[in-house]
Design a protein around this ligand. Structure first.
Ligand code: URA
Ligand code: CA
Length: 434
């Protein structure tokens, strides 16, 4: 077999066999196939696409290129949740204890990630003494005993995807549905879940800006899951403004705690209830989504979800008193309001610019080496469709250093569009693909 022939075949729009894909992926990971041939192949896929079978084959090959985690020491059906990413997405922090409070095991491995804020693991590390680097055995024990554990990713997961994604990033071949779908799904399969709930974001702050491409991606990922015998559902949800109000690490932990007390922002609460019910359904706990949602809403009110979070924190060595005393979390030295310069209704909040404002304050990493400040970030005081008067606070910035403060303020202000005409809120959940 020759890489040249495989590239040629895809360029001509033909279907590749599993053997051909295996030759390509193995050869690439082992360094026998150079970047330039892999780039040409990726560009051919970008233009010619891949069918469901090819996409599933590619996914499995990438999943098997590194460690495959075996979650079988954990009892029950393990459901993983994955979001395609947005701004201020605090869902995992809420959803892990919330779903566990309704009786399903939640074994979540999360990343740190580059972005406007840290990843779930960075956020959790703002809880004093919380340990995110557990051994596999300790992780399994914690889930079996307490129903939930969240730890940092370890091991060598999907090296083929790492290498290919980095290559696509510099060769204008990221935006291909089969390549994105196989990239995301290979990581989920290597993570060992029995069933998967996908939160596919659409909107100005999402990877997929428009609904149609989000739907195509959702359909492609669901097809891969089904092809490979996994229970799977994809929820297409709104990212036309940040989710919840907090953007920042410790600030999002605070918001998660408030949400687990039933006092969180409406959009974040609703999304967690929707995705949680999907997890309960796929785990076979509640077939009926409405019943699942009812139980989850109840657990946000009766303290069970919060108690589960405290239990998880304690089991990972952290100070569980934070759930009652938010002042135990890192706090920024100062805060300042960003005020509206005109009156009207908020018609748009560009989520990416809000994320950038938080990053300018130090909440995120610009590159792998940068250090993040867990205390800083921002809280939105107004959301889409709200009425504002001149001088009303749009957001409260939490900062430690004033050197980039003016830049952050300007970025935040530029994220808001205020119009005279009344505006409408977006729907939160657009469609469920199964
Ligand atoms: N996220 C991924 O993990 N992979 C892609 O290809 C695109 C987004
Ligand atoms: Ca948030």
């Amino acid at each position: 077999m020759r890489a040249y022939d495989i590239i040629y075949k895809k360029r001509e729009g033909q279907k590749l066999t599993k053997d051909e894909l295996e030759f390509l992926i193995k050869g690439y990971v082992e360094g026998d196939i150079p970047d330039y041939q892999m780039s040409a192949w990726a560009m051919a896929v970008y233009f010619q696409g891949m069918d469901a079978e090819e996409t599933a084959d590619l996914t499995m090959l990438m999943a098997e290129s590194g460690d495959m985690i075996d979650l079988s020491p954990i009892k029950g059906i393990k459901v993983d949740k994955h979001s395609t990413g947005g701004v201020g997405d605090t869902t995992t922090l809420v959803l892990a204890p919330l779903a566990a409070s309704a009786g399903i095991p939640v074994a979540k491995m999360s990343g740190r990630g580059l972005g406007h804020t840290g990843g779930t693991i960075d956020k959790l590390e703002s809880i004093p003494n919380f340990n995110t680097s557990l051994s596999r055995d300790k992780f399994f024990d914690n889930v079996n005993q307490h129903g939930v554990s969240v730890m940092g990713q370890t091991g060598n997961l999907t090296p083929a995807d790492k290498k290919l994604y980095a290559l696509r990033d510099v060769t204008a071949t990221v935006e291909s549905i089969p390549l994105i779908a196989s990239s995301i799904m290979s990581k989920k399969l290597a993570g060992g879940a029995d069933a998967i709930v996908l939160d596919v974001k659409t909107g100005n702050g999402a990877f997929m800006k428009d609904f149609d491409s989000a739907k195509k991606l959702a359909e492609a990922m669901v097809a891969i899951g089904k092809n490979l015998g996994r229970n799977i559902a994809a929820y297409i949800t709104d990212m036309n403004q940040p989710l919840g109000n907090a953007v920042g690490n410790a600030l999002e932990v605070k918001e998660a705690i408030q949400t687990l007390k039933g006092q969180g922002p409406e959009d974040l609460t609703e999304l967690c209830v929707e995705l949680g019910a999907a997890m309960l359904q796929l785990a076979g706990e509640f077939e009926d989504l409405e019943k699942g949602k009812e139980v989850l809403r109840e657990n946000l009110k009766n303290g069970k979800a919060l108690a589960k979070f405290a239990e998880m924190i304690r089991a990972q060595g952290g100070n569980a008193e934070v759930v009652e005393d938010l002042s135990l979390l890192p706090t920024a030295a100062d805060t300042v309001e960003v005020k509206a310069e005109k009156a009207g209704y908020i018609s748009e909040i560009k989520a990416l610019d809000v994320g950038l404002a938080a990053m300018i304050l130090g909440a995120g990493r610009e590159n792998k080496e940068s250090k993040i400040d867990l205390a800083v970030g921002l809280e939105l005081k107004k959301k889409k469709a709200d009425r504002v008067e001149v001088g009303d606070a749009l957001a409260l910035l939490h900062y430690n250093e004033s050197k980039n403060l003016e830049e952050a303020k300007a970025k935040l202000l530029s994220a808001f569009t205020i119009t005279e005409a009344k505006t409408k809120k977006n729907k939160l959940l657009y469609e469920i693909i199964k």
